[in-house]
Design a protein around this ligand. Structure first.
Ligand code: B12
Ligand code: SF4
Ligand code: SF4
Length: 355
């Protein structure tokens, strides 16, 4: 059967789970929730999220794919074994797991594209459209509808047997494939993720206020004024996933997570190095890495925040290498060519002196 051949190909390309939904049936309640999100201004500075609100309701139109019949939803797991992650360089451990290695927008998209090419070869005039993160599509809603997983109280798609440390991609196609049953939510009475969030970013179960999420504060808007709770997190955050019982599934495809191993650029580097980067050094460090998105000044500001939180941490050895690196980062920040970074360093130095 067509579906099985596609599944087999997806697996050979490294995808860990797949599901199919009808692409010619618009979203219902999921789109209402999205509209409510935008109407309440929760998209903040992510203006692109508010644009083309109607476009996000469906897939079978000219922004995505005219004549679309099915959407194949794919998940790629990036969680590595505990021991493997435990041996990451200290600087990489301050970065969310998905972002320690190569930028998935490049390598995952290539795999989704390869699957789309395969699907196009399965019949005459089969058309496809590749989606991966950047298009105006509610990827989690389609994944849930395709039975790939369910949306947990932390807002993330959880694939039973794989967990939520997965990235999503889709192939929309004019092929009519048999669809899967949507998966119903399986959190039960658990609230671990809501309790673990360091910035209290959940308004309620399933409902995130992005402006309070560390991922937003360190990636999208490193100069946002309200930063309480970010702590020692340099880029992104894993806390609402790390505590989730669905992420205890054993990792069985070690070779598959290779692109998510930390880039060599993390090795031997500290916070102060990030603050001292000029444009050339920043490009060398961040090219091909998701960290590029934070910008040079943004990453420097984040590093200063981490330095400040570290120096305020109970039990830190003031004479140790960690403390020295943090003090050097703040001192380097005072000399930065971006005034916003200098301000951040001044505030950090004042706060650490008072502590
Ligand atoms: C913008 C964005 C962000 C923003 C805003 C997040 C947000 N909640 O909107 C910020 C920067 C904060 C962010 C953070 C992260 N992101 Co992000 N992000 C996106 C992006 C580009 C768009 C999301 C969007 O449209 N938001 C608008 C809201 C309204 O839509 P939604 O989040 O899908 O909304 C659902 C829930 O709100 C839910 N819901 C709301 N109320 C209720 C009530 C009930 C009862 C139920 C059941 C559901 C429910 O239903 C909505 C529709 O499904 C997507 C890619 C994409 N194109 O979809 C990636 C994406 C969601 N992000 C992803 C990742 C990995 C992350 C981080 C884990 C990164 C990190 N480690 O730091 C964090 C996780 C934070 C969290 N707990 O959600 C992955 C998620 C994979 C997964 N397993 O689900 C995606 C899918 C990218 C990808 N292609 O893999 N992200
Ligand atoms: S990623 Fe971190 S800050 Fe964002 S909702 Fe999850 S626990 Fe909270
Ligand atoms: S931690 Fe508990 S409530 Fe949160 S997503 Fe996982 S199972 Fe659901």
């Amino acid at each position: 059967m067509l579906r099985e051949r596609i599944f087999e190909k997806a697996r050979s390309l490294g995808f860990d789970a797949m599901g199919v939904a009808r692409a010619d049936v618009p979203l219902g309640v999921e789109h209402d929730r999205y509209r409510g999100f935008v109407e309440r201004g929760l998209h903040g500075t992510m203006a692109y999220l508010a644009e083309g609100s109607e476009v996000r309701r469906q897939l079978h139109h000219d922004t995505i794919l005219v004549g679309a019949k099915s959407v194949v939803c794919l998940a790629r797991r990036y969680q590595r074994g505990e021991e493997d992650e435990g041996s990451d360089p200290p600087l990489a451990k301050l970065v969310a797991r998905y972002a320690r290695g190569h930028d998935y927008h490049n390598h995952l998209r290539k795999k989704v594209r390869a699957l789309a090419r395969f699907m196009a070869s399965l019949g005459d005039d089969v058309r496809t459209r590749v989606l991966c993160d950047e298009e105006p599509v509610l990827e989690r809603a389609w994944a849930q509808r395709a039975g790939l997983g369910f949306v947990g109280k932390n807002g993330l798609v959880i694939v039973p047997g794989q967990g939520s440390f997965v990235l999503l991609g889709e192939v929309v196609t004019t092929l009519a494939l048999p669809e899967d049953e949507p998966m119903t939510e399986r959190c039960g009475s658990c609230t671990r993720c809501l309790d673990a969030c360091p910035t209290s970013a959940f308004e309620a179960a399933f409902v995130l206020d992005p402006g309070r999420c560390v991922a937003y504060l360190t990636i999208e808007d490193p100069f946002a004024p309200e930063r309480g709770g970010v702590g020692e997190r340099l880029f992104g955050c894993d806390d609402c996933q790390a505590v989730c019982p669905y992420n205890r599934a054993p990792v069985d495809r070690a070779a598959n997570v290779r692109p998510f191993r930390p880039l060599p650029a993390f090795e031997g580097r500290g916070l102060a190095d990030l603050v001292r980067f000029d444009e050339h050094a920043f490009r060398a460090f961040a090219t091909g890495s998701p960290l590029r998105r934070a910008t040079r000044a943004g990453l420097a500001a984040n590093a200063i925040d981490v330095a400040r939180a570290r120096l305020e941490r109970d039990g830190l050895d003031p004479e140790g290498a960690e403390a020295k690196d943090a003090r050097d980062a703040i001192a380097a920040g005072a000399e930065h060519d971006d005034a916003r970074v200098r301000d951040r360093a001044r505030a950090a130095a004042g706060s650490v002196r008072r502590a």
